[in-house]
Design a protein around this ligand. Structure first.
Ligand SMILES: [Zn+2]
Length: 443
């Protein structure tokens, strides 16, 4: 009799800015599970949650695995040890680990997951959820990682991308990553549009290598397994890498910007979209950041767009009355600023005619008339022709009715890149026989 059970494993918040990486822990766990005759039922999931949570500095990514095993208790114990060993609790990680033994995932898991995409979910809510749903949990620190751990198990894909993450040998951790920029550029060209955000052509900048001390060497994002495997054959690195793993992810899907923020949900750290009319003239402040407000059904919402996005000049071209749809995260009010929506895109729905009052032009001389003094009308200095009032002049707009998104270098993990506009990927069928996981040998 086959007594194998389906086991869902979720974990999060094992890393800190100083080291480790939740995906590397996943790689280690998968390596172990592969040797235990576990059957993988899907790709490892790398789910990015609300990027506007203040204590999440590194992309707020959680991982879940779905396997079939005949020995769940042994595996659970071993994974607990992995989480303890590979979590950077000394530097502020608050790891959470969740096990759920069932073939299917109930819909309340998915609801929990969807909320974590755009709201601030308290760790106590996660603990309560675990208790009510008989989840086996394990955590260290304050247990904030339980939110992502449950969320990653409950996540249901509507659209997805893949990311192939390669890992360094431990002797190289913390050392500079050397990769041929030319090879990255070539890879991007050859695999377009099935990979994305690998190279910033404008800035000649490699985007696939992180800069921190974590074990990742590079991450190639794309749509299909074979495109990713082809891509890494083109890349030229100075060091020999330890292996790779392909994750199925919500990166590049704008997943956090599905909800319309309303008066009740416009809370600090929430992510979402609002549509409204520009209600104050945009102002550029020091540093090149642009601030303005929009009116959404009577509520004034302050907006900010940072210089690094490369679209602050677009915001500067807005005038009162323009209808726009914007998305981003709510920043908490500070002493110097009110609550602000930090924009991640600007979609211009309608542009108002920019009419200004201007002195009449003398039709005979084609010269601008001059004021004769307060309430005394205007006169052409050349021929003496007069006019009682100013005229309306339409100034051409410099921006267009279209979607403006940040520079590729300023993209967040969840930002939908231009190459993915209007695209929905539902295909990536999981196939155990392809090289979604690989430990490189004899290299
Ligand atoms: Zn004249």
């Amino acid at each position: 009799m086959d007594t194998a059970c389906t086991l869902h494993i979720g974990f999060d918040d094992t890393d800190s800015p100083k080291g480790m990486c939740t995906t590397f822990l996943a790689y280690k766990i998968v390596d172990y599970l592969k040797k235990q005759d576990s059957e993988f039922l899907d790709f490892p999931k790398l789910i990015r949650f609300n990027p506007n949570i203040p204590w999440k500095t590194r992309g707020n990514g959680a991982v879940s695995l779905k396997i079939k095993t005949k020995n769940p208790s042994k595996i659970k114990n071993k994974i607990k040890n992995f989480v303890s060993k590979y979590s950077d609790t000394e530097n502020g990680a608050n790891p959470g680990l969740v096990f759920y033994e069932h073939k299917t995932i109930p819909s309340n898991f998915t609801e929990f997951s969807e909320l974590a995409l755009w709201q601030l979910i308290n760790r106590n809510q996660a603990k309560k959820f675990a208790l009510e749903n008989n989840l086996e949990i394990f955590y260290k620190g304050n247990g904030q990682g339980l939110v992502g751990a449950i969320g990653a198990i409950g996540y249901r894909f509507n659209d997805h991308t893949l990311e192939l993450l390669s890992y360094r040998k431990s002797s190289k951790f913390g050392k500079e990553r050397k990769i041929s920029a030319k090879s990255v550029q070539t890879m991007q060209q050859k695999t377009f549009p099935y990979t994305f955000n690998s190279f910033d052509n404008k800035k000649s900048k490699v985007l696939i290598t992180p800069h921190g001390p974590d074990p990742v060497f590079y991450g190639v994002r794309g749509e299909k397994v074979d495109s990713l495997l082809n891509a890494i054959k083109i890349l030229e690195t100075k060091e020999k890498l330890a292996g790779h793993m392909i994750f199925k992810s919500n990166q590049g899907t704008n997943d956090h910007l599905k909800n319309t923020l309303t008066k009740t949900t416009l809370k600090p750290y929430a992510s979402g979209i609002v549509t409204g009319l520009v209600s104050s003239d945009p102002k550029m402040e020091k540093g090149g950041h642009v601030f303005f407000s929009i009116n959404c059904n009577g509520d004034e919402i302050q907006c900010a767009i940072y210089k690094q996005t490369g679209i602050s000049s677009i915001a500067l071209g807005l005038i009162k009355g323009d209808k726009i749809c914007v998305g981003g995260g709510i920043r908490k009010a500070s002493k110097t600023h009110p609550r602000i929506l930090n924009l991640e895109f600007i979609d211009i729905v309608d542009l108002k005619k920019n009419m200004v009052k201007s002195n009449q032009i003398c039709k005979t001389c084609n010269k601008s008339m001059k004021s004769k003094g307060q309430n005394q009308g205007y006169q052409c200095v050349k021929c003496g022709k007069t006019s009682k009032s100013k005229t309306n002049l339409e100034i051409p707009r410099k921006i267009q009715k279209q979607l403006y998104i940040p520079n590729v270098s300023a993209h967040r993990h969840l930002s939908r890149p231009l190459t993915r506009l209007g695209k929905i990927n539902r295909k990536s069928k999981f196939d155990e026989s392809v090289s979604w996981f690989s430990v490189y040998e004899n290299r």
